[in-house]
Design a binder for this molecule. Structure first.
Ligand SMILES: [Zn+2]
Ligand SMILES: [Zn+2]
Length: 114
């Protein structure tokens, strides 16, 4: 992802409704650089898997993926705690298990960078 300097914004989060792919991975829920991140809504919907709509779950997943990618823009890496938002999501099961909260370690690292 090309990085441009935006002086009036601290971070820019792009939200797209297209399936995102990066080389060597099947798909990604999102990608992040230092200033910018992007998340894809496509695979966060129950309907994508042939299930009936669940707006509450969709909103929680969107928040979780947004916080995860924004965490990367603040220099946080992936966390080994499966309940931490910075845990790597291989599948929606991972996203649903963790939710949008940081573990104590990642939350501490983040607050030192804000
Ligand atoms: Zn990540
Ligand atoms: Zn963590």
């Amino acid at each position: 992802m090309e990085q441009k300097e935006y002086t009036i914004y601290e971070k820019v989060l792009g939200i797209v409704d297209h399936d995102l792919y990066v080389p060597q991975l099947n798909f990604v829920f999102g990608e992040a650089g230092r200033k910018m991140a992007v998340i894809s809504l496509t695979r966060l919907r129950q309907e994508f898997y042939g299930l009936s709509e669940d707006r509450g779950l969709f909103h929680k997943r969107t928040l979780t993926e947004a916080v995860h990618e924004l965490g990367h823009t603040y220099g946080l890496g992936h966390c080994r705690n499966p309940r931490c938002v910075m845990f790597f999501s291989n599948s929606l099961m991972d996203t649903d298990r963790k939710g949008p909260e940081f573990c104590l370690g990642c939350g501490g690292r983040l607050s030192r960078r804000l």
